[in-house]
Write a protein that binds this ligand. Sequence first.
Ligand SMILES: *Cc1c(COP(=O)(O)O)cnc(C)c1O
Length: 377
Amino acid sequence: MKKYYLLTPGPTPIPPNVALKEALPILHHRTSEFAQIYKDVSEGLKYAFQTANEVYTIAGSGSAAMETAVVNLLSPGDEIIVASCGNFGDRWAKIAQSYGVKVISVSVEWGKIVIPAQIEEALKANPNVKAVYTTFTETSTGVVNDIKTIGEIVSKTNAVLVVDTVSGLVGQEYRADAWKVDVTVSGSQKGFMLAPGLSFITLSDKAWKLVETSKIPKFYFDIKKYKKSYATNETPFTPPVTLMVSLLEAIKMIKEEGLENMWNEYKLLAKASRAGMKALGLELFGEVPCEVVTSAKVPEAIGGKIVKTLREKYGVSIAGGQGDLKGKIIRFAHMGYIGKADILVGFSCLEMVLEELGVKIEKGKSVAAVQEVLMGK
Ligand SMILES: *Cc1c(COP(=O)(O)O)cnc(C)c1O
């Protein structure tokens, strides 16, 4: 028998009280009972997104909300700017191109953060651009982009700003309205401490104007349907009622804890994780590390083996690199229902695995470094 620890940047572990809600009998979705749940969930989501606008829930993984943010704002032949610094930023370009949208790329090398001044220049050079698509916390590399500054820039133009916060929301300070973000998308399986399967999207008035002109064909992801149903606390299609009931429980926890307290906790876990990596002699990866996942470079020959051995031998799941970073980095998550003790377990087992794979380390050193930070020293 093996006990498993999930320290991956999605899905994340879910709290027992949230998991228990998933065992309750199914309720029908065209009832006043469900309407109340949907209403409370939607209010809670507004808090998590820090927006006064409506937040819609769509069945699907985070990419469903990303696709929704493309097909509802644009028409074939439209020009957009994609500011990518990793795998998820690149996904914006792939979705848009598959609908015949012209992508102007202001992407940077993986590990760097996107450069707001480049977005500003591209907007000046391409006045017809309808929207700028970018990523808050780029999970594939572990960096965080300066959305506030980008929001200032884009808000002065006719273009709308669309931000993917699938991994960052709840885990790190994010304010959709104050930062002038027009469209924010997220998902259930990371900061929200829930099973995968729900995606969320919120739109500003400026973005709704674009919705009116959009000609990309759509049906299930037609955001107007979601808006219309929202008025009566319903969803246009059968919602995953089980996930909605468990989301309400997760939102209750987030409200009780308070977003700012949660942000501070993950900030501490991020600091501890960075100290742990450094103590192992592993160089941190990423220009501006985010607070929901920590990436570090590992010797290429054993990169894949670290992740595999940790899971197979000790039941600890972490993530490796994606794309060109495969085998070159490891990623430790501290988002969702991951706490202080989980980080200690992760580093303690990582030390054993590194030694087993022939890396010279001093056992206990990273654990001590993590402890120092967690104890506030
Ligand atoms: C996880 C993630 C997604 C969505 O991936 P899905 O597999 O569709 O849920 C999108 N963007 C970022 C930054 C992510 O971390």
